[in-house]
Design a protein around this ligand. Structure first.
Ligand code: SAH
Length: 281
C-alpha cells in the first residue's frame, strides 16, 4: 500500500471511528420522567459519564455492558475539575465510543452542559443534546405548585443560589428579583438561603410571601416544607432540609396546600401547614 493510500485509509478510519457524545438530561430522579430518547441512548451507550445527581434507579436502566464513569460533584465540592470532564468526553469520542454524558435534570439548566458542548465543538466532536425535566419544574409539579397561574403569577425565573451572595461582584442583584412579582425558583440555594431571603425582602418582597422548599423531588425521599420568605431559612434548617432542594418563592407556592398529590408530599405539607400556615404575625 502506498504511503498516500495508507494515510487516506487511516484518516477515513479515524473519521468513521470518532464517536458521538450525547448530553442527556436524566430528569429529577423518578425514572419514569426520563424521555424515551434518553432511555434509548442509555440502552445503547458504550460509555456513560454521570454525575452525583443521577439516581441509581436510572443507572440501572443503562446498558449493563456499558462502561460507567462517575464524575460527580456534591455541594459544589469538586470530584473532577470541569476541564478534566471535558477532556474525558473528547478522548472517549476520539476512541470511537458512543458516549452518554448523563446529567441530573436538564443538561442546559445549571448543568454546565453549555461548557461541555462548547468544548466538543472546539474539538470537532459530534454531539447531540437531549433535554430532561429540570428539577424546578419537577419539584413544582410533584409538590402541587403551578408555577404560573392566571390569578397569581405570569412569569417564572430560574436562579442559582450557589454563587456567594456576599461577594462584591455578585452577578445576581437579588433586590431586583424582590420587585419582579414573578415566581422565583432557586436552585442550589440552601447554603445561602438566609442572605438571599433577606436581600429579596430588602428589594421589596413582602415578608409573608409563601416559600416552599422541596428536597429530593420526585424520589422516595421527597420532602417539602411550606413557609414564608421571612422564615424559610430558619424553618428549613430546623426541619433538617438540605441539598438537593428547590425553593419556590411566590404566591403560587401556597397552592401546594391544596394541590399536593404526591404521597409523601401531601403528608408533609399538611403537617407543616397545621402549625405554620397561615404564618403567625
Ligand atoms: N441540571 C439540573 C440542575 C443541576 S444544579 C436540573 O436541570 O435540574 C443542582 C441543583 O439542582 C441542586 O442543588 C438542586 O437545587 C436541584 N435539584 C436537582 N435534583 C433535584 C431534586 N430531585 N429535587 C430538588 N432539587 C433538585
Amino acid at each position: 500500500m502506498s504511503a498516500t493510500h495508507r494515510n487516506m485509509t487511516d484518516s477515513a478510519t479515524h473519521f468513521r471511528a470518532t464517536g458521538t457524545v450525547y448530553l442527556v438530561g436524566a430528569g429529577p430522579g423518578d425514572p419514569e420522567l426520563l424521555t424515551r430518547k434518553a432511555l434509548r441512548l442509555l440502552g445503547e451507550a458504550e460509555t456513560i459519564v454521570h454525575d452525583y445527581l443521577v439516581a441509581p434507579e436510572i443507572m440501572a436502566l443503562a446498558n449493563p455492558a456499558a462502561e460507567k464513569i462517575f464524575v460527580g460533584k456534591k455541594g459544589g465540592g469538586f470530584c473532577c475539575p470541569q476541564s478534566d470532564i471535558e477532556g474525558l468526553l473528547v478522548r472517549l469520542a476520539r476512541e470511537g465510543k458512543s458516549v452518554v454524558r448523563l446529567k441530573g435534570g436538564d443538561p442546559f439548566v445549571f448543568g454546565r452542559g453549555g461548557e461541555e458542548a462548547e468544548a466538543l465543538v472546539e474539538a470537532g466532536v459530534a454531539f447531540e443534546i437531549v433535554p430532561g425535566v429540570t428539577s424546578a419544574l419537577a419539584a413544582a409539579a410533584y409538590a402541587g405548585v403551578p408555577l404560573t397561574h392566571r390569578a397569581h403569577a405570569s412569569a417564572v425565573v430560574f436562579l442559582t443560589g450557589h454563587e456567594d451572595p456576599n461577594k462584591p461582584d455578585s452577578e445576581i442583584h437579588w433586590e431586583d428579583y424582590g420587585k419582579l412579582g414573578a415566581t422565583l425558583c432557586l436552585y442550589m440555594g440552601m447554603k445561602n438561603l438566609e442572605t438571599i431571603a433577606r436581600r429579596l425582602q430588602a428589594g421589596g418582597l413582602t415578608p409573608t410571601t409563601p416559600a416552599l422548599v422541596v428536597q429530593s423531588a420526585t424520589t422516595g425521599k421527597h420532602r417539602q416544607l411550606l413557609t414564608t420568605v421571612e422564615k424559610v431559612a430558619l424553618e428549613s434548617e430546623h426541619a433538617g432540609f438540605g441539598a438537593p432542594a428547590i425553593v419556590v418563592i411566590g404566591e403560587v407556592a401556597a397552592l401546594s396546600e391544596k394541590l399536593a398529590w404526591f404521597k409523601t408530599a401531601r403528608a408533609l405539607t399538611v403537617a407543616a401547614s397545621a402549625s405554620e400556615w397561615p404564618p403567625s404575625p
